[in-house]
Design a binder for this molecule. Structure first.
Ligand code: T4K
Length: 431
């Protein structure tokens, strides 16, 4: 029995149909980890005392070094966010023409390249790993292709070996959007050193956050030096020698202070995430139509995302219906990454994408749901969320009919309200 009480036994008990929600406060996906507040504030004070707030301050340098150590990579270039990191990297690699990206990812992956005037070419993903399908990548390569971009979605690495071999054979650059994958490993090797470069995100919603932040990591010293210049307006070291085009992609000291503070507790954060992830696996086991994304526990992962696929035919409810039930209970599940990049603007209205067909990405965009996870949720609340899902699926027929009744009522109420003002609508007021 969960310590978060669920005195709901039938569909009518759900908050969506008028009962009280299980949780008084919203349970969020991506609730930021804060680490040791005292240590963070000490660092903030040190930055203020030094009066050194940005432009390669000591915290940024230390943050870069600790990212290098943690991911076993030679160079980490801290940036203000991962999107800017992808943009600066694309410039530093002199990408041109087309870039092959997965259709099922956060929109920033595609937008970063489009923002620079490059053409993202969407590739479908593997139905089991949710990562880019290397066999399809090969069919999309044209003389205009300059790079392949893999995304380690949910922190689960792509098929790195297949992509590296493809990139080598076709003479293409290979980038990994590792926004979710700081702390992950692939075949025993830490994510960070694959391809030409990888990009981590340290956004507030990531397991290790720098408020906003990111890092481009690479083992290529020449590339690292160009990234550093481009992140800093194109200056070479001293700020009176511009040797390249650049932008402002720098990380500030307060962000780095937060990043360092979270790195101090990274192992505890992962342990808490893992406990909640495992609890979800246990609590969701055997629920028809609910298939959790599984992490390979022989590899490193931060277990930051708890993601499920909802199969409507088996669960009796669509992902969106289940989400409605959960959100009314204050379980703020998210449909990452709906509707798929290829169905978002500007791509969906661009005639060049008119014939794009992405059956797996489309299916996942309809089925995938991220659940609140991590230390801020804890195992008792995870248990309660599982019990809600189990009840919703068990009562799916009744939930559906209550949804229909609710929709009918709303429809008649709208007509009724409308008829008050509009003499042309003659609906019986007794409805
Ligand atoms: N590539 C991939 C594969 C990515 O997933 C991302 C970002 C990027 C690239 C780009 O990285 P950055 O440029 O951001 O470094 C959030 C994040 O904003 C985004 O960073 C992240 N991926 C994406 C997966 O999630 P939204 O649109 O879901 O954000 P929002 O504001 O709705 O917040 C998400 C949840 O977190 C909500 O449930 C509320 C909660 N939250 C959020 C913030 C900011 C809090 O509780 N407190 C907070 O301070 O994109």
């Amino acid at each position: 029995m969960s310590r978060v009480g669920i005195n709901k036994t039938r569909a009518e008990d759900f908050a969506i149909f008028g009962a009280n929600p299980v949780f008084e406060e919203p349970l969020y996906v991506g609730r930021p980890n804060l680490g040791n507040r005292w240590l963070f504030l000490q660092r903030v004070n040190a930055a203020l005392d030094r009066c050194w707030l940005t432009n390669n301050g000591p915290f940024v340098l230390e943050f870069e070094q600790r990212i290098e150590n943690r991911s076993g990579v030679d160079h980490a270039v801290a940036v203000c966010n991962a999107t800017a990191g992808l943009e600066i990297l694309a410039r530093a690699l002199d990408l041109s023409g087309e870039v092959i990206v997965p259709a099922f990812t956060f929109i920033a992956t595609a937008h970063a390249f489009r923002w620079l005037g490059l053409t993202p070419v969407f590739c479908d993903v593997d139905p089991f790993t949710h990562t880019i399908d290397p066999r399809q990548v090969e069919t999309l390569i044209t003389p205009r292709t300059s790079a392949i971009v893999g995304v380690h979605l949910w922190g689960r690495p792509c098929d790195v070996d297949a992509l590296e071999s493809l990139a080598r054979r076709h003479g293409l650059k290979l980038i990994f959007d590792a926004a979710h994958a700081f702390g992950s490993s692939y075949r025993g090797r830490r994510v960070g050193g694959f391809g030409d470069a990888e990009v981590f995100s340290f956004h507030a919603t990531k397991s290790i956050n720098a408020l906003e932040g990111g890092a481009v990591v690479t083992n290529n010293a020449v590339l690292a030096s160009r990234l550093r210049q481009m992140r800093d307006f194109g200056f070479a070291g001293d700020h009176d020698d511009v040797i390249d085009i650049g932008t402002n992609g720098k990380l500030n000291e307060i962000s780095a202070a937060m990043g360092l503070t979270l790195l101090d507790s990274m192992d505890d954060i992962i342990a808490a995430n893992r406990q909640v992830y495992r609890r979800y696996l246990y609590g969701l086991a055997g629920i028809p139509g609910i298939r959790p994304v599984i992490y390979d526990e022989c590899e490193h992962n931060t277990f930051h995302y708890v993601v499920v696929e909802v199969d409507e035919a088996q669960a009796g409810l669509s992902r969106d219906q289940l989400m409605e039930v959960l959100r009314a209970e204050n379980v703020m599940a998210r449909r990452y990454f709906y509707p798929g990049c290829h169905r978002a603007e500007p791509y969906r209205s661009d005639p060049r994408y008119a014939n794009v067909v992405m059956p797996v990405a489309d299916k996942l965009a309809q089925r995938v749901m991220a659940l609140p996870a991590g230390g801020s949720v804890g195992i008792d609340k995870a248990d309660a969320v599982c019990r809600l899902i189990r009840l919703a699926v068990a009562e799916s027929a009744q939930v559906r009919s209550l949804f229909t009744a609710q929709a009918n009522l709303a429809h008649y109420q709208a007509l009724f309200t409308h008829s008050e003002n509009d003499p042309c609508v003659t609906v019986e007021k007794t409805v």
